[in-house]
Design a binder for this molecule. Structure first.
Ligand SMILES: NC(=O)c1ccc[n+]([C@@H]2O[C@H](COP(=O)([O-])OP(=O)(O)OC[C@H]3O[C@@H](n4cnc5c(N)ncnc54)[C@H](OP(=O)(O)O)[C@@H]3O)[C@@H](O)[C@H]2O)c1
Length: 330
């Protein structure tokens, strides 16, 4: 038996809740999913039974209002994140909202103001800043192992073959920059420990007739003319390979965002290549973040990577890149 587990509610029977959140919650070991809500009550009940969640209910508001629920996971389409994150925060729940937290800086500002007023923690579900790999990479950079970092080259691509996917709906906040391009941006802001000059954003994209970018590529310039050069999309085979390039060497990460057992990061100086495992064997990508959230909610840890500190920088960079790529108007 777990003493006083964190009781989670989930909004939506989402694919990511099944594939990533719930396995990591089980692995973290000190939390329980007590309720899942769906637009469809029957779907909620069968999903709950299948995934060992205590209750399945019709309507997201039931989970938000549930007094047993202490923390809420929001894996809804991007266009619904702001509305339901605000509702959960106003009900006094801690929130883990999927990335991107919102689709505009205005929405982001409203959500962050609500979190501030409610004095409850809110995280945007970038889980990689909690990974051991990123700590090791940051240590290597701080220790000057590759000299001064000049450039980060990063990509996040996969093949999206379902025409009904939420990622292809402009109304629901679809598009490859929102979906996966947000990762290289977060990586660069984290490793440069700075914000980009938005007036210098460069981007181009392939747009569908319904105003969704299926591929996007570009650059963000950071103080000191350091830069992120990146691409993202729904067309090319899965790849997240990223390089941190310095004056004396580079760090190569086969998967900075969701590393698996066979992923590595290598610190390279000339002929000297030191390769390390990127993730502990068997550890789910979300587990470190969920352990941290539980630690914060039980007073064992100080919060890190809170949305109030981190989310606006990504939102404004995304907006600048979409403008630079001439996003079609509605
Ligand atoms: N952090 C990560 O690694 C990661 C990975 C993948 C996805 N994500 C994020 O997680 C979120 C969900 O992605 P997903 O791939 O899990 O999507 P998904 O499987 O399509 O799930 C989205 C859920 O939202 C609910 N929903 C509410 N209104 C909807 C509408 N109009 N159309 C479709 N669904 C609607 C549905 O639940 P009900 O029908 O039960 O209400 C649906 O199951 C997105 O924000 C995405 O960016 C994050």
């Amino acid at each position: 038996m777990i003493d006083d587990p964190i009781r989670w509610g989930i909004l939506g029977t989402a694919g990511i809740a099944e594939s990533s959140f719930l396995p990591a919650l089980r692995q973290a070991g000190d939390g329980l999913a007590v309720s899942v809500a769906s637009r469809d009550g029957e779907r909620a009940r069968s999903w709950a039974a299948e995934h060992d969640v205590a209750r399945g209910v019709a309507g997201y508001e039931d989970v938000v209002a549930d007094p047993e629920v202490e923390a809420i996971y929001v894996p809804l389409p991007n266009g619904l994140h702001a509305e339901w994150t605000i509702a959960a925060l106003e009900a006094g729940k801690a929130v883990l909202c999927e990335k991107p937290l919102c689709v505009t800086p205005d929405e982001t500002g409203r959500v962050l103001a609500t979190a501030d007023a409610a004095s409850v923690p809110l995280w945007e579900a970038f889980v990689f800043p909690f990974h051991h790999q990123i700590e090791r990479v940051r240590d290597a950079l701080a220790g000057g192992r590759i000299g001064e970092v000049r450039e980060i080259a990063s990509r996040f691509h996969f093949v999206l073959d379902d025409p009904q996917d939420i990622r292809l709906s402009a109304e629901l906040g679809g598009g490859s920059l929102y979906d996966v391009g947000c990762y290289p941006i977060r990586l660069a802001r984290l490793l440069f420990d700075a914000e980009p000059d938005l007036d210098r954003a460069i981007a181009d994209a392939v747009w569908t007739g319904s105003r969704v970018d299926t591929e996007l590529w570009g650059a963000l310039t950071f103080p000191g003319d350091r830069r992120l050069v990146f691409s993202c999309g729904f067309v090319a085979a899965y790849d997240t390979f990223s390089r941190v390039l310095g004056t004396e060497g580079e760090i190569r990460m086969t998967n900075p965002f969701h590393p698996e057992a066979d992923d590595t990061f290598a610190i390279v100086r000339g002929e000297d290549v030191q390769e390390h495992a990127a993730a502990p064997a068997g550890e789910h990508s979300f587990t470190a973040a969920i352990r941290h959230i539980h630690g914060v909610l039980r007073g064992r840890e100080q919060p890190r990577n809170l949305a109030v500190d981190e989310a606006m920088g990504n939102a404004t960079a995304i907006e600048a890149l979409l403008a630079a790529a001439s996003r079609p108007t509605a």
